[in-house]
Design a protein around this ligand. Structure first.
Ligand code: PAN
Ligand code: ZN
Length: 197
């Protein structure tokens, strides 16, 4: 069957939504066990409600090199303790694959790191484009307490997702609310590659 080009719209009304998508992934608080630093607050919140943290709308493409997977990520506002709502975060299974994020709405950060322990935190604001180079794990953080953080992403079809290493100890840097403002702080649980051996 011939693969035809296609066009779709990013509808930006009260909510941002794609005019077409094949997959709607919903991630709840319960999917983030062990990720937020304030475990007690996490358990308290979870006992009240399994809140939706973020939603991803994907267009289905074959997961092979040469293809580009693309879609919309909608990260809702909120905090667990002092820590803003965030995505799970991952390395790509094929480490040498990059990703582009175009921020459409909201405000936040992309927290990134390499296996070697380099780290970077870049702002996400409307109309900004973020390039995540190959080998960098990435997690988005919504620092608004009222608005969704909405990004459009594109990455290679064969990239795959490796959540395992991040689930073990989180990212090197956390984004916490301090005096009502976002602050980038060290993650006390994070160990250097040498300490991990
Ligand atoms: C994005 C992310 C999306 C959700 O499509 O998958 O923002 O984050 P998690 O996958 O970490 O839950 C992407 O980076 N794809 O490679
Ligand atoms: Zn990715």
């Amino acid at each position: 069957m011939i693969d035809l080009p296609y066009t779709f719209d990013v509808l930006q009304d009260e909510k941002v939504i794609l005019s077409e998508y094949d997959n709607h992934i919903i991630r709840h608080l319960s999917a983030m066990k062990g990720q937020f630093i304030d475990q007690d607050n996490y358990e308290d919140m979870l006992s009240v409600e399994d809140t939706i943290l973020y939603e991803v709308y994907e267009l289905k493409r074959p997961e092979v090199a040469g293809e580009l997977l693309h879609g919309l990520s909608v990260l809702h506002p909120g905090k667990v303790g002092d820590e803003y709502f965030m995505t799970k975060g991952h390395f790509h299974t094929v480490l040498d694959t990059a990703e582009v994020y175009y921020c459409l709405r909201g405000s936040g950060y992309m927290v990134m790191e390499t296996l070697e322990g380099d780290w970077a935190v870049e702002p996400l604001r409307p109309q900004s484009v973020l390039y995540v180079p190959p080998r960098w794990a990435h997690r988005s953080v919504n620092t608004s307490l009222t608005e969704d953080l909405v990004t459009f992403f594109v990455y290679p079809g064969d990239a795959g997702h490796d959540y395992g290493s991040i689930e073990l100890q989180g990212f090197r840097k956390l984004v916490l609310s301090r005096g009502g403002k976002p602050q980038i702080v060290d993650n006390p649980r994070w160990l250097t590659p040498e300490e991990r051996r």
